[in-house]
Design a protein around this ligand. Structure first.
Ligand code: NAP
Length: 494
């Protein structure tokens, strides 16, 4: 890690990882128009990148189609070796990748490095899972036949990723796609394409053949999304981002009955029961609310606290929030960086104003940081009512912990489920019976018990209700990139 004043290229051991071009069919390409990438901590420009359009996306899809037969024909072991090599290169270059990530996204460098290592784990995991894609033989209703089920790669795929996890969301899609034998065209978020391009450079070095992984950068997502969904060559789209954009893409994809994986927004409840370990629960909120400055889909949007421990818990959380060190992600000891942009900052301010207007009691924060720019103070607000924006299904997407009391288990479950979202719920209790009752009663794809984190490559990540479709990671995660085929093998009798 180097000084915040040093220009980005000079901070890198391997400057070749800093790319200023898109990547299609093994070529680094430019475009007539461009867009700028900025450092959210300073507002300084970092890079100028080509802004590709619908025609470029069409070309990339055509190249992915041309590359498909040879990639699909490789053995799973051959594909696995390339993915493992890519994973090794990501780990070897983790410091540089983290530096690029922090520069364009703002999260603390150590947290960025953690995300980079996590992104390599998807490559490792799916390098293994790709080798376990099997089928089955089912007894037939006629004695002279067998029913054989095989799994085949879905074909050319597309991926669209958000800015909050610029490394992990790329490999969480590219790894299972490539392991399954698909080729893919991806569009990273406009604010954070540099991490995606650095990962792509490493994929190229690892031996991913031309056309198999394509990275289309753009300052205008709409025509790219229209091409990804409207082009009949693309058999599957995997999207991570807001529910609002997910709905648009789902409508567009309907024209071709395109297969979809959607990892969308959340409105996660964080429930603290009166038998919980309060110190542990406080650290859980720090992880689920202040990590990445609250800009995570799994962020605790509503903290529900059982009334008997409300004062003790609030005081402990307030004290801990006041110790969260805010600053430029390159400074030692910083736990929380800036918000991604001015719009993100204004959204947080709108939420805080709403919480306070409706009777919320500010325990700490609730204002911009003296550091200026898009920095915001870690905030804790108590006595939050259920008429407020988080309870109306708006993601705050910022470092604001809003606390609402509840009386008993049934009420907690009912309150937790009072949302159209269903990504994750956090539950703090040591009562085993309650763990089961609440886990089963909550309508989310993931439940974290006594932990503020759920994401890892071994587990099926995904949501219920309007939080999405499909699962990423785990042994289930490769299924979304495969088609089933049943072969009726008859005429076996002599
Ligand atoms: P977003 O506005 O939905 O953008 C996500 C991606 O979609 C970006 O690449 C964006 O491109 C692109 N996009 C925007 N409009 C599009 C359109 N009409 N057609 C095609 N692509 C389009 O979301 P965000 O603000 O970047 O990310 C935050 C959201 O992502 C939050 O809601 C968060 O909960 C969710 N998220 C979910 C998960 C999960 O796994 N469930 C993980 C992380 C984040 P531009 O960058 O060019 O606008």
């Amino acid at each position: 890690m180097t000084s915040t004043a040093t220009p980005l290229p000079e901070r890198l051991r391997d400057r070749d990882l800093l790319r200023d071009a898109a990547f299609v069919n093994g070529q680094w390409i430019g475009a007539a128009s461009t867009f700028e990438v900025r450092d959210p901590a300073t507002g300084d420009p970092l890079a100028v990148l080509p802004s590709l359009g619908a025609e470029d996306a069409r070309q990339a899809i055509a190249q992915a189609k041309a590359a498909l037969p040879a990639w699909r024909a490789l053995s799973a072991l051959e594909r696995s070796r390339i993915l493992r090599h890519w994973a090794d290169l990501v780990r070897e270059n983790a410091d540089d990748l983290a530096t690029i990530l922090t520069s364009e996204q703002g999260k603390p460098w150590g947290e960025a490095r953690g995300e980079v290592v996590y992104s390599a784990q998807f490559l490792d995991w799916f390098a293994e899972e790709g080798r376990r894609v099997d089928g089955s033989v089912i007894p037939s209703h006629t004695p002279d036949a067998r029913i054989i089920v095989i799994k085949q790669p879905i074909g050319v795929a597309a991926g669209i990723t958000p800015w909050n996890l610029p490394a992990a969301m790329i490999t969480r899609k590219a790894a299972p796609a490539l392991a399954a034998g698909c080729t893919i065209v991806m569009k990273p978020a406009e604010q954070t394409p540099l991490t995606a391009l650095a990962l792509t450079r490493l994929a190229e070095r690892a031996g991913v053949p031309a056309g198999v992984l394509n990275m289309v950068t753009s300052g205008d997502a709409v025509p790219i999304g229209a091409e990804f969904t409207g082009n009949p060559t693309v058999r599957k789209l995997s999207f991570t981002g807001s529910t609002e954009v997910g709905k648009i893409l789902m409508q567009q994809a309907a024209a071709n009955i395109q297969k979809l994986s959607l990892e969308l927004g959340g409105n996660s409840p964080f429930i603290v029961f009166d038998d919980a370990d309060i110190a542990q629960a406080v650290e859980g909120v720090v992880s689920a609310k202040f990590r990445n400055a609250g800009q995570i889909c799994t962020g605790a949007n509503r903290v529900l606290v059982q009334r008997g421990i409300l004062e003790e818990f609030s005081a402990a959380l307030r004290a801990r929030a006041e110790r969260v060190r805010v600053g430029n992600g390159f400074e030692q000891g910083v736990e929380m960086g800036p918000l991604i942009d001015q719009a993100g900052l204004e959204k947080v301010e709108r939420h805080v104003a709403d919480l306070v207007d409706q009777g919320g009691r500010v325990l700490t924060g609730a204002r911009r940081s003296p550091l200026g720019h898009t920095f915001y103070e870690p905030t804790v607000i108590a006595d939050v009512g259920t008429g407020t924006l988080p309870w109306q299904d708006e993601e705050t997407f910022g470092p604001v912990a809003s606390l609402t009391p509840f009386d008993d288990e049934d009420e907690a479950i009912e309150m937790a489920n009072a949302t159209e979202y269903g990504l994750v719920a956090y539950v703090y209790t040591h009562d085993v019976g309650r763990v089961w009752r609440v886990s089963e009663g909550i309508e989310t794809g993931m439940v974290a018990i006594n932990s503020g984190r759920v994401s890892n490559e071994q587990a099926p990540f995904g949501g219920w209700k309007q939080s999405g479709l499909g699962r990423e990671g785990s042994s289930y995660g490769i299924d979304d990139w495969l088609e089933l085929k049943y072969i009726n093998l008859a005429g076996l009798s002599r």
